[in-house]
Design a protein around this ligand. Structure first.
Ligand code: PEP
Ligand code: MG
Length: 577
């Protein structure tokens, strides 16, 4: 009988999901190396045969569940795995190890695995060599079947649900492929809710729990898991009560989707009638449709680096142009803010562009710094963006700006590209708005002078918080120190908004704070009037805004800025409710 237990982690992408564990780093399943007494030999052979049959059965069931393109792609792997399981060389070898070598089943599997892997590694062909992973998956599956003690009821549920990926961390590029492969949720032992993987998981509506330190130690392949991306809890071997909670969640989810749907066509206004602009952050084409459906005022942040991830060659001008044009067309005339490439730090790519080996990547060649070092590549992107400007209102946003020189160089490059395009016969817009992400403390402090060079600014609180507090946004050890309610963060935000407003330049906040309804009143109190967030948060934030009285909130601003600590800030926040 499997006993229910809970592993605690940090919530990273909301939602609840039920699935079977798939370990990226399979746990070290105990290999029993004690010699096998002769009397137990045939029973051990039978135990292994049972596990092999169970593994074959699982693969067959998995195969039956696949349809369409997925059946072709994933089906190939499953067939390869089934063939390995059927291979008499593997099975006969295993039986011989038990009968003649007196190994227990798990030890025999380990020996066969090591032998096959060594044979694969000796092969010169990189593709064939990579097939050793298949051997690992197959042997891991049989080991898991041997080690497991699930009830028939749990096995029945487990065979009907998809998988939850459990690993140390998951790279953003990897994540992008997962949902297509039946992954319903992600649990990682490391990582943080501010990592780009977590941002992408939210964008893909894939429930995710990070910092679940005990996960790899206690979860075994195929364990049934209930992942709660809102509380950060992972329930292993959920009970009937847990499953009832899951069904309740699904019902509530459907109800709140229905309720929020009524807000889709409403204007965004505070209780005292002040109009607030809600823009969408977009990474994937699906975000654009959702942004429109929720009545977003436009796209406040399009992270172009996602076009550069998951691939080995750089996207050329035509490919980028097509993507930006479709984005602009998709937004049907609403303004679209395209951020130039922000590779580097945790957004390392496979194209070799971002320098993976820097000692301090977050303080390294990232964002505009990379663009400055690769002017031809940057010009390709600018040309593609400028060409898309012919199809709607496009604004260009530059990440990681720290100096006025950077802005001047980018503006000059834009003008050069625009001249070349026009003389090459391309129709492009007459005028371009250029903005900077304010996400480095230096840019925030120097903003009174930088603002003259800019048409608008976008506050990147994800990075601004990390750099102000010197807390790596991806380091789960420091999760409690990464605090958007630190007085230094609030005072800096207030300053940035005030400088932008005084200069009559639009100010948007596009970090994760903007989409979190817990911070809506606070941001309104700091004077913010434009938010940009993932479209899945838009209706909730609209609802939160409708419940706020802006005049009253502005009255609490002084108290907020005078608060000396997080506790003091929370006291003021309670007065805002
Ligand atoms: C930010 O830093 O707040 C931001 C919006 O950009 P990114 O998360 O892509 O670094
Ligand atoms: Mg940033």
């Amino acid at each position: 009988m499997s006993t229910r237990f809970v592993i605690a982690g940090t919530p990273a992408a909301r939602g609840m999901t039920l699935g079977r564990a798939r370990l990226v780093e399979p746990t070290q399943i105990g290999v029993d190396e004690r010699p096998l007494p002769e009397a137990e030999v045939e029973a051990e052979v039978a135990r292994l045969q049972g596990a092999l049959a169970h593994a074959r059965d699982e693969l067959r069931q998995l195969r039956e569940k696949l349809h369409g393109a997925l059946a072709r792609e994933v089906g190939e792997f499953i067939d390869a795995h089934s063939l390995i399981l059927e291979d008499p060389e593997l099975t006969e070898g295993l039986y011989a190890l038990i009968r003649q070598g007196r190994y227990r089943a798990s030890a025999a599997l380990k020996r066969q695995r090591d032998r096959l892997v060594a044979a694969f590694e000796a092969i010169d062909d990189p593709y064939l060599r990579s097939r050793r992973e298949d051997v690992d998956h197959v042997i891991g599956r049989v080991q898991a079947a041997l080690a497991r003690d699930t009830t028939p009821a749990e096995r029945q549920i487990a065979s009907r649900v998809g998988t939850v990926l459990v690993g140390e961390t998951v790279a953003p590029a990897e994540l992008a492929h997962l949902t297509e492969h039946g992954v319903l949720g992600v649990v990682t032992t490391g990582g943080s809710p501010l990592s780009h993987s977590a941002i992408l998981a939210r964008s893909m509506r894939l429930p995710m729990v990070v910092g679940a330190h005990e996960a790899l130690r206690h979860i075994t392949d195929d364990d049934l898991l209930l992942v709660d991306g809102t509380s950060g809890e992972v329930v292993v071997h959920p009970t009937a009560q847990d499953l009832a909670r899951y069904r309740q969640f699904q019902r509530e989810q459907a109800r709140s989707v229905e309720q929020l749907a009524r807000l889709k066509h409403e204007r965004t206004r505070t209780r005292d009638g002040v109009e607030i602009a809600l823009y969408a952050n977009a990474e994937l084409p699906a975000d654009i449709a959702q942004a429109r459906a929720c009545g977003a005022a436009g796209v406040g942040l399009y992270r172009t680096e996602f076009l550069f991830l998951q691939r080995h060659e750089l996207p050329d001008e035509e490919e980028q142009f097509a993507a930006y044009r479709d984005l602009v067309l998709g937004m049907g005339g609403a303004p679209v803010t395209i951020r130039t490439l922000d590779l580097g730090a945790d957004k390392a790519d496979a194209t070799g562009l971002a320098l993976g080996q820097e000692p301090n990547p977050a303080l390294g060649v990232r964002g505009v710094r990379l663009a400055m070092r690769r002017p031809a590549l940057f010009a390709t992107q600018l040309r593609a963006i400028l060409r898309a400007s012919n199809y709607g209102l496009v604004r260009i946003l530059v990440p990681m700006v720290t100096t006025g020189e950077e802005i001047a160089v980018v503006r000059a490059l834009i003008e050069d590209c625009a001249r070349e395009l026009r003389s090459g016969g391309h129709e492009i817009a007459d005028h371009f708005e250029l903005g900077a992400m304010i996400e480095v403390p230096a840019a925030a402090i120097a903003l009174p002078s930088l603002i003259r060079q800019l048409d608008f600014i976008a506050i990147g609180t994800n990075d601004l918080t990390q750099y102000l507090l010197a807390v790596d946004r991806n380091n789960d050890q420091l999760a409690t120190l990464y605090d958007p309610l630190h007085p230094a963060v609030l005072r800096t935000l207030h300053e940035i908004i005030a400088v932008g407003t005084r200069a009559r330049k639009p100010v948007t906040l596009c970090g994760e704070m903007a989409g979190d309804p817990r911070y809506t009143a606070l941001l309104l109190a700091l004077g913010l009037t434009a938010f940009s967030m993932h479209p899945s948060s838009l209706l909730e934030v609209r609802q939160a805004i409708a419940g706020c009285d802006r005049a009253q909130l502005l009255g609490l601003r002084i108290a907020l800025l005078r608060a000396q600590s997080r506790a003091g800030i929370e006291r003021v926040l309670r007065r805002m409710r």
